[in-house]
Design a protein around this ligand. Structure first.
Ligand code: ZN
Length: 156
């Protein structure tokens, strides 16, 4: 029986090799944001189509390491079709899992621990091992931070 770590590695590799929701839209939507992780060189752009407060569709373009690419793919699957309230909860859970999270300047940021079940995370749990490699946490959180950026830009 393969261990959990093998299973998680499989999920990460699968999303890296076959990224979901990749590419732009025929007519790129107004809501988009660019994210950059200078520590690793990861770059990505998140495009969103909202229907009321639901993320109707999401596309991602970019380049970067396997963790950033895989995390972006996993994030896109996790938030597509969700309400912004559900997305906010997922974001908090994900940041809590990445408990040594960093802010935009790369400094550690205390995130309040919250209660959640692993079921809520779905495949996102595959990234939990990243927390053991603090330098890679920013790779894993880049797509989430960029998603937040896109939603904040929309609101302003
Ligand atoms: Zn990276």
């Amino acid at each position: 029986m393969p261990g959990l770590e093998d299973l998680y590695r499989e999920i990460i590799l699968d999303h890296y090799k076959n990224p979901r929701n990749e590419g732009t839209f025929p007519a790129p939507p107004a809501i988009k944001a660019e994210g950059h992780n200078p520590l690793c060189g990861d770059e990505l752009t998140v495009y969103l189509i909202l229907d009321g407060d639901v993320i109707k569709d999401i596309h991602i373009t970019g380049q970067g390491c396997s963790i950033s690419r895989s995390s972006a793919s996993l994030m896109s699957v996790a938030v597509k079709g969700k309400t912004l309230t559900e997305v906010d909860r997922l974001l908090k859970i994900f940041k809590s899992m990445m408990s040594i999270s960093t802010n935009a300047s790369g400094e550690p940021e205390a995130s309040e621990p919250i209660e959640y079940s692993e079921r809520e995370l779905g495949e996102l749990i595959a990234l939990q091992g990243v927390v053991k490699f603090p330098v890679r946490i920013k790779c894993a959180t880049l797509s989430w931070n960029t998603l937040v950026q896109a939603l904040e830009d929309r609101a302003s």
